[in-house]
Design a protein around this ligand. Structure first.
Ligand code: B12
Length: 445
């Protein structure tokens, strides 16, 4: 099957450049999935994580009981388009000297794979690739991931990558390896079958404080503000027994206790998917904690699901208040309001700690009257759970993008940095007193 000796590939999770960043169960699941695929096909894979909170050279590794924690942070000048923003800009992640040393000790690569996440973090990607090119000027750098998929031309022009490969790459990565490393091999699994994928290579990390789980790719919904259907056009769902086996694997082999679901719609078709999965997790009787930072839809929550979540060990719950069609976005719609109140009641009755249930409220949507958010905050509180403000990020290729561009005081289409939600880019102005009032109202007891 192989035509040349195994190539050496370095996979890199790049730095973040932003006004704020925190590890809310955020790992480069896609990159580590590809690393696992390559490894099982005879490729020598090294992993360099610019966001490693547990880097051996870090003074104070950021431990926390549930896996979350702060990234190391270094103030840097803001990129020119953001120079006038009155907030401190930073590089999040390891010291550049540690990165250089890690790249050197990995050894010369035949190919470098860099992932990307937020479109407005591209300057962090560019700084990472520049560091690679300083050490290994001849090594080809291939960029993929979410930014690369949403804005491939921009990514090619602005990051220094030799090639940008958009979209899910379980199938396409093999051609790239052949092109750049002369290593020809065919996938020995079906890239259209999520059950056939190897487990992501979290074992390449210096620590495994938690494991992200993705029991399905893609989303059955088409919310106007979300790019999931562009990023993962093909919906694939794994069998509940396989998801349960993966959880047991990380716990039994590596002692992992915290798991974060990345699914866009974990509760879709719950009878066939989430319910059997939760039953299996509960039956394991292991002391595990599950977190849903990517939000659960409230509509499918029943008393059975709420009970099973408690039995399985769901510790941090985030609820999304948006509807599937993205039409009714504020908490003023009758049906949605009742659904929400009911879901909150069921979860509280089942025994989920009220402090650990948060409801995301989208703030800063095009045309949104921010004072309406105050009423939504009060409604959520009345239900006995926590409002969590989620600042709207305009995303290219979503249905809401055109409206976002029209509403914005910035030229969003010309400069992805302006889509940073810290700027509240779709509001006519950054109304600091009002935003502070909302924050206070949301956090007040
Ligand atoms: C899980 C998730 C999170 C997690 C953390 C994820 C992480 N890794 O850090 C949490 C819940 C914390 C999170 C938070 C946020 N998120 Co989020 N998140 C996601 C989600 C649902 C899944 C990402 C994922 O892991 N996918 C699964 C893997 C397997 O796919 P993948 O990473 O794309 O990888 C594949 C390909 O891209 C490719 N690939 C990847 N790397 C590479 C490298 C190479 C070289 C190649 C060739 C290929 C390749 O192959 C992989 C395998 O097929 C996406 C939506 C989605 N469905 O993708 C949104 C998404 C990325 N998030 C988004 C947003 C806006 C946010 C928030 C800002 C939300 C908010 N407004 O408050 C926050 C803030 C994050 C922050 N500042 O830290 C947006 C991004 C918008 C943008 N402008 O880029 C998305 C697209 C959702 C959306 N609304 O459309 N998020």
């Amino acid at each position: 099957m192989m035509t040349v000796d195994s190539p050496h590939i370095i996979c890199i999770n790049p730095w973040i450049h932003d006004f704020a960043a925190y590890d809310f169960w955020a790992k480069p699941l896609g990159l580590l999935s590809l690393a696992a695929v390559l490894r099982t096909h005879g490729v020598r894979v090294s992993y360099v994580d610019c966001l490693d909170r547990f880097h051996p050279k870090a003074d104070h590794p950021g431990y926390s009981a549930d896996g979350r924690g702060p990234y190391r942070k270094t103030p840097i000048p803001a990129p020119k388009p953001l120079a006038d923003v009155p907030a401190r800009f930073s590089r999040y992640g390891i010291d550049p000297r540690w990165l250089a040393a890690d790249l050197a000790s990995a050894g010369r690569p035949d190919l470098v794979l860099v992932t990307s996440l937020m479109t407005y973090w591209y300057t962090g990607v560019a700084e990472t690739i520049a560091a690679v090119k300083r050490l290994y000027p001849d090594a080809p750098v291939l960029l993929g991931g979410i930014y690369a998929t949403l804005l491939p031309e921009h990514a090619l022009a602005h990051t220094g990558a030799d090639e940008v490969l958009p979209g899910p790459a379980e199938a396409t990565i093999f051609r790239a390896i052949e092109k750049y490393a002369g290593f020809s091999c065919r996938p020995d699994f079906d890239p259209a079958d999520i059950d056939a994928f190897p487990y992501p290579a979290f074992d390449l990390q210096s620590e495994i404080p938690y494991v992200p789980l993705l029991t399905a790719r893609g989303c059955p919904n088409r919310c106007a503000y979300c790019a999931s259907h562009v990023l993962q056009p093909r919906r694939m769902r794994c069998l509940p027994e396989n998801a349960a086996a993966e959880i047991a694997y990380w716990h039994d082999r590596f002692g992992v206790r915290n798991f974060a679901f990345y699914d866009d719609a974990l509760l879709a078709d719950a009878e066939d998917h989430a319910i059997p999965l939760l039953e299996r997790i509960a039956a394991m009787k292991k002391d595990l904690s599950f977190h849903t930072p990517n939000a659960l839809h409230v509509r499918p929550i029943t008393s059975k699901i709420a009970d099973l979540m408690v039995k399985a060990g769901f510790a941090t719950l985030r609820l999304g208040l948006e509807t599937a069609d993205g039409k009714n976005r504020e908490l003023d719609d009758k049906v949605r309001h009742e659904e929400f109140v009911r879901a909150a009641r069921l979860l509280l009755e089942a025994g989920v700690d009220e402090k650990r249930i948060g409801a995301y409220l989208l703030v800063g949507l095009p045309g949104q009257d921010l004072s309406s958010v105050e009423a939504s905050i009060d409604t959520v509180k009345k239900c006995g759970i926590r409002p969590v403000l989620a600042y709207y990020t305009p995303i290219p290729r979503t249905r809401m993008w055109a409206a976002a561009c029209r509403a914005s005081r910035y030229d969003l289409a010309a400069e992805p940095l302006f889509t940073n939600n810290s700027l509240m880019p779709c509001m006519p102005e950054y109304d600091r007193p009002l935003i502070n009032r909302l924050k206070q109202r949301a956090s007040a007891a």
